[in-house]
Design a protein. Structure first.
Length: 156
């Protein structure tokens, strides 16, 4: 019990900061630039997938509409084509998501690396004892995210 006032005094003297990682990914210029870069890299594939989805839908509707009246062999051929296209679409969609996630993770890792350098510089220059990320709740007066975003903007 006697040590409690000493622990509170030490804690009161500590300088603590908080960084909101999600805001860095959303607001930092490097993150916005990375998002645009990824979007331009993947836009053509996304458009191709959208066209393929429309083609699948059109084939499905055509088969449902005309399947009853067409000859059995033609219906089977159309069903096989639809199934082949559906499998191809699902494969391409899965590959697209995997490639997109990989690129996003690569870009996020680079952003975090830069942010961690900026956080360390801020901690050293402003004499922070502790800087935490991603907590359940924090007082806004401890939030130094804007400083980190500004440091990233300036290329520090």
């Amino acid at each position: 019990m006697a040590a409690l006032p000493i622990a509170q005094a030490v804690a009161a003297e500590m300088k603590i900061g908080y960084v909101n990682t999600q805001r860095i990914f959303r607001d930092a210029p490097a993150a916005q630039k990375a998002a645009k870069k990824i979007e331009s890299e993947f836009s053509k594939r996304d458009q191709d997938l959208q066209r393929m989805a429309k083609q699948l839908q059109s084939m499905q509707e055509g088969l449902e509409k005309n399947g009853v009246t067409m000859p059995e062999s033609e219906r089977r051929t159309k069903e096989r084509e639809l199934n082949d296209l559906s499998r191809d679409f699902q494969r391409k969609q899965r590959e697209f998501r995997e490639d997109l996630n990989l690129r996003q993770n690569e870009e996020n890792a680079a952003i975090i690396e830069k942010a961690n350098k900026a956080i360390k510089q801020i901690a050293e220059s402003e004499k922070y004892d502790l800087i935490v990320q991603d907590v359940v709740w924090v007082s806004p007066k401890l939030d130094i995210t804007d400083k980190v975003i500004k440091a990233l903007s300036e290329g520090k």
